[in-house]
Design a protein around this ligand. Structure first.
Ligand code: EPU
Length: 420
């Protein structure tokens, strides 16, 4: 195991290139199961999670060739319908092979993913949508067994107690592309990653209307073809670098970032006193001023993303005054509070709200990464803190941030890895 050492208090400067979106890459890689023809996918970030999805596709019978950020998924037509526990349990994104496997093979056996530190994370909406398409579902020994003669289009409401679901939308959308007749998904997730998946499916020959909206209309087709597709850039990685710049009062430029996917963050940063401007695919962040405390509540897209909540909290912990942070997507996603407090932050929970009392300085400390975005929050804090921060269990960061230490070093930060 490795740890990440950060010597904090150094302003960042220069340019950072934003990688392809992890959460677009995962369902898009799974969508390659919908065809026997080769799919060439470009701008796939080199991450533990994309490597896990490649492993899963191989275990299902696909050939996956990885060449830098381009991967080619092909097959000899023989696909296996069982997604094993050992792969699905390490990454929830794996569960989105259920829809494509079932649509293509008329059967699928996929391990239930289980919860994780950010919440219980049920899959009831996935199962409700798949069932509405005519599949027979049984849960046995921790696996979902799904069967259908041919899936049949239906009118499906996919909203849940916490709003729309990203991966349930992906699963049902992919299944519906090969179903008989028309499917309408109401309360579909509108995240840019779902829009990207929809565009990829259309390029494969799927008939879909309403791309990017909460109402997706899919007219099933018999067959989908191969595709050569470039995925969008990672808005959460971009947002994380913006928040790192803000916390260290730096001016940096993001290359290949799409600010239109981050309007909720930009709006809150403007309120705090940070200027974010964009020209083509360059995003400039200017953070020289004394900041004002700003409260946020996370919501499904286009609301403030839950995947930036922890990093935003790390920033607010350094802003004089009080801010209130609430997560309406994952109400218990606050495992980072205790670690930030170990660095001198003053953060407490009151019911569903988190109250952040800004402090003048954070102090470097040994801290423990617990999940991907909580770890990113510790990096934001570590870069701004006085002294040395040691982040343990950094494999979480490697799941979602491509070349994090190299990118930060290029921005002038003192960041390096050491063996535990
Ligand atoms: N939910 C249900 N039932 C379901 C599915 C979801 O109640 O069947 C609830 C969840 O428990 C949560 C809410 O609905 O309260 C939203 O969850 P969603 O299904 O949208 O999350 P997801 O699709 O499992 C994706 C991302 C997450 C990101 C969320 C929310 C991928 C691979 N994962 O998860 O990303 O936080 O959407 O935007 O796309 C991350 O990258 O760090 C990460 C956790």
């Amino acid at each position: 195991m490795e740890k990440l050492i950060i010597e904090g208090g150094i302003p960042l400067k220069g340019e950072v290139k934003i990688s392809g979106a992890k959460n677009a890459a995962l369902p898009i890689m799974a969508a390659s199961l919908l065809t026997d023809e080769p799919c060439i996918l470009r701008n796939i970030p080199k991450l533990r999670d994309t490597a896990t999805m490649a492993k899963l596709l191989r275990s299902l019978g696909k050939t996956v060739e990885i060449e830098n950020k381009r991967i080619k998924v092909s097959s000899n037509g023989k696909i296996n319908h069982v997604a094993e526990y050992k792969l699905v349990s390490t990454m929830r994104g794996s569960f989105c092979v259920l829809g494509p496997l079932l649509a293509k093979l008329n059967k699928a056996k996929v391990s239930l993913p289980g919860g994780c530190v950010i919440g219980i994370r049920p899959v009831d909406l996935h199962l409700k949508g798949i069932k509405a398409l005519g599949a027979k579902l049984e849960i046995e020994n921790g696996y979902v067994h799904a069967k259908a003669r041919r899936l049949k289009g239906n009118h499906i409401y996919l909203g849940g107690g916490f709003g729309s679901s990203v991966l349930a939308t992906a699963n049902v959308l992919m299944a519906a592309t090969l179903a008989k007749g028309e499917t309408i998904i109401e309360s579909a997730a509108c995240e840019p990653e779902i829009e990207d998946l929809t565009n990829m499916l259309i390029a494969m020959g799927a008939k879909i209307k309403g791309t990017g909206s909460p109402r997706l209309i899919i007219m099933g087709v018999r067959k989908l073809r191969g595709v050569n597709y470039k995925i969008i850039s990672d808005r959460i990685e971009a947002g994380t670098y913006i928040l790192m710049a803000a916390a260290t009062k730096s001016n940096i430029t993001l290359v290949d970032a799409d600010i239109s996917h981050l309007m909720a963050l930009v709006d809150k940063l403007e309120e705090a006193g940070i200027k974010v401007t964009s020209e083509n695919d360059l995003v400039k962040v200017k953070c020289r001023r004394v900041l004002k405390p700003v409260s946020i509540t996370t919501y499904p897209y286009p609301g403030f993303p839950t995947d930036l909540q922890a990093q935003f909290m790390a920033l607010m912990s350094l802003v004089n005054g009080v801010s209130v942070i609430t997560d309406k997507v994952y109400p218990d996603r606050f495992i980072h509070i205790a670690e930030l407090n170990r660095m001198g932050a003053q953060i407490r929970r009151e019911g569903f709200n988190t109250i952040v009392q800004g402090v003048k300085t954070l102090h470097g400390a040994p801290v423990m990464a617990s999940d991907l975005r909580a770890s990113a929050a510790l990096v934001v804090a570590g870069l701004a803190a006085k002294g040395k921060t040691e982040i343990h269990r950094i494999y979480h960061l490697d799941r979602g941030y491509e070349s994090l230490d190299e990118k930060l070093s290029a921005l002038g930060a003192k960041v390096y890895r050491e063996k535990e």
